[in-house]
Design a protein around this ligand. Structure first.
Ligand SMILES: *[C@@H]1O[C@H](CO)[C@@H](O)[C@H](O)[C@H]1NC(C)=O
Ligand SMILES: *[C@@H]1O[C@H](CO)[C@@H](O)[C@H](O)[C@H]1NC(C)=O
Length: 582
């Protein structure tokens, strides 16, 4: 008897131990979240190890740190092993001929909103709402979230829906319940009114906080924003709904008066703009009048106003203006032209006939008025790590740069080996960042961080010249133009800047050297794309400039991936409201 009992006890213990072990092993090895940002590749090392391990080795550090020296060793190919922790670039993404290693895509926490089409609306009103929803999606997407528009359909899937239906509630409160039911059905994340917009820098502390995920114990709400924004976890949301329907106080019209305050953690922030009816009436009377006379025109005007406010906020976030990097300035005027084009489009102030120049959360903003204040665009050789500057860079393929420096397409192996220095582009661009006499590997790591790192990605934008213009003065390619508005969160009008581009071309015609530069870029582009007999030369140029080609590939892959990420998301959302307005 005793033996048998002991055996079964042991068996149970063994099973429990196994289960614990397996559970601990199967916990999450996700990657660093935004809450603890580190500099350098160490950010990408998994730090969440099984707790079982921690118990067995209490004094072992939680994460493997890469050896410090690894970043600074010389030797051309070292950085590959530095970056071995990074996820390889997915092979299914075939926009590029070369695969490269990119940091994992930062996770986008969902932000939900609730929109119910009104059957009384005419086509113009529906279209105006579609535009507002698109603006809402763009703005949140640009701040690193994943915007999702919910409707009654999601609310009905919540098991608590029936119960809410049975109550006799005021229509306004019932609407609030539907929103929460839809949110509770989807689960953890933010819930924002579709007239609530993020209106501050990407690295504003409140966005860092919201991107890090909901706190498990409370539902976060914002003091001055009424019901415009919440953040919470699924179980907390549904608990709050359950609690509220048990005791729906008579006459209540807001969900905030039926959910007890203990459920909430109240935050303060002026990073969010809420364009509620009362805000519009108080702050933008001109717009309110329009609303009253023609609802569709009013909404349309509101969509434009919000877009202009987002643009103004962006310009205000970078008071020192734009820099367009121009290393090797004697030969790269034509090369950086697309970046100048973009900088001009971004610095163009939004329409001046606005009913109010400043967003409601920042009434003392610096209104962007093209007459009194023009945004500066400078062209330094080297990247300046100041957080009040927005940097745009165009990377040339080494062969393109060699041709431009030579001023002729008579380039061969001997010329490259004897007459050119290695990695001239990266060396100039990173001088201010890492110093003058550093190894290529150090520069590559620092530069990749500037392109894709959390600290920098929101204040820099990089392109490769070979994906851009084929001929002088050609407009930016359409994939890039559509990416821009999702990257910046507002409509970027590159056509407006076309006039500047035309002016630039006219000037170019008077400078034969510029015309030559365009010719050489076009030629190099052909070599890279079409001419198999130039493969040898291309390989020599790449082998001679290992660091330059590494960052060129990195930028090309990074841009391609962000296009693919957005397209995939658009495809998932295409059947829902406001995904696209044609
Ligand atoms: C992994 O952890 C993250 C946050 O740390 C959490 O949101 C996610 O649900 C976890 N996944 C699993 C499979 O446990
Ligand atoms: C660049 O500036 C950021 C802060 O804006 C800082 O955290 C970072 O360390 C700087 N990088 C270098 C290489 O100095």
């Amino acid at each position: 008897m005793i033996v048998q009992r002991t055996t079964s006890l042991l068996a149970i213990l063994a099973v429990v131990a196994c289960a614990l072990f397996i559970l601990s092993k199967s916990t999450n090895t996700t990657f660093e979240t935004v809450s603890h940002v580190k500099f350098g590749p160490s950010r990408y090392i998994p730090t969440k190890f099984p707790s079982f391990e921690d118990i067995r080795h209490p004094f072992r550090p939680a994460a493997h740190e890469p050896p410090e020296q690894a970043h600074s060793t010389s030797g051309e190919s070292k950085w590959f092993s530095d970056w071995k922790w990074l996820h390889p670039f997915s092979s299914s993404i075939t926009l590029d001929e070369h695969r490269t290693v990119l940091p994992p895509l930062p996770e986008r926490p969902p932000v939900y909103t609730f929109y119910e089409p009104n059957s009384k609306y005419d086509e113009a009103q529906e279209k105006a709402d579609g535009q507002l929803l698109l603006a809402w999606r763009r703005a949140w997407y640009a701040k690193g979230f994943r915007p999702v528009v919910l409707s009654r359909a999601e609310a009905m899937k919540n098991p608590l829906y029936e119960e809410v239906q049975r109550r006799e509630l005021k229509p306004e409160l019932e609407q609030d319940f539907f929103k929460w039911l839809a949110w509770g059905h989807m689960g953890s994340g933010l819930f924002a009114d579709w007239l609530c917009f993020p209106m501050a820098r990407y690295d504003d502390p409140i966005f860092l906080y919201l991107r890090a995920g909901a706190i498990p114990t409370h539902i976060t709400r914002f003091e001055t924003l009424d019901r415009a924004l919440f953040a919470g976890e699924k179980t907390r949301i549904n608990d709050a709904i359950k609690f509220a329907i048990q005791d729906p106080r008579d006459g209540a019209s807001s969900i905030l008066s039926v959910i007890p305050p203990e459920f909430f953690a109240v935050e303060q922030s002026n990073a969010l703009a809420y364009y509620s009816q009362s805000v519009v009436t108080a702050s933008y009377p001109q717009l309110a009048e329009k609303y009253a006379s023609d609802a569709a025109a009013g909404r349309q005007a509101l969509a434009e106003l919000i877009d202009a406010h987002l643009h103004t906020t962006f310009l205000n976030s970078f008071p020192s203006g734009f820099t367009v990097l121009k290393p090797i300035p004697d030969h790269t005027t034509a090369l950086v032209e697309p970046a100048m084009h973009l900088a001009q489009a971004l610095s163009k102030c939004p329409s001046s006939e606005l009913p109010g120049p400043c967003p409601p959360n920042r009434p003392n903003c610096q209104p962007c008025n093209s007459k009194s204040r023009s945004v500066s665009i400078s062209q330094p050789k080297s990247f300046n790590n100041a957080s009040d500057i927005y940097t745009i860079g165009v990377l040339p393929h080494p062969l393109t740069l060699i041709t431009l420096q030579r001023g002729s397409d008579e380039v061969d192996t001997a010329y490259i080996r004897r007459e050119t220095t290695r990695d001239p582009w990266l060396a100039e661009v990173t001088t201010e960042l890492v110093g003058a006499n550093r190894a290529g590997s150090t520069r590559v790591v620092a530069f990749k961080e500037v392109v894709a790192g959390e600290e920098y990605a929101h204040r820099t934008f990089w392109m490769t010249v070979e994906t851009l213009l084929a001929k002088e003065g050609e407009d930016l390619p359409s994939t890039l133009v559509s990416e821009l508005s999702w990257n910046f969160g507002f409509k970027v009008d590159t056509e407006d800047a076309e006039d500047d581009a035309k002016k630039f071309q006219d000037e170019a015609k008077e400078q034969p050297s510029l015309v030559k530069e365009y010719e050489l870029i076009a030629k190099a582009r052909n070599w890279l794309h079409d001419q198999p007999n130039r493969v040898g030369l291309r390989n020599i140029a790449e082998a001679w400039n290992l660091a330059d080609i590494e960052v060129w590939r990195f930028v090309q892959a990074y841009r391609a991936r962000s296009v693919v990420e957005r397209q995939r998301w658009e495809k998932e959302e295409q059947n829902f409201l406001g995904a696209r307005v044609d």
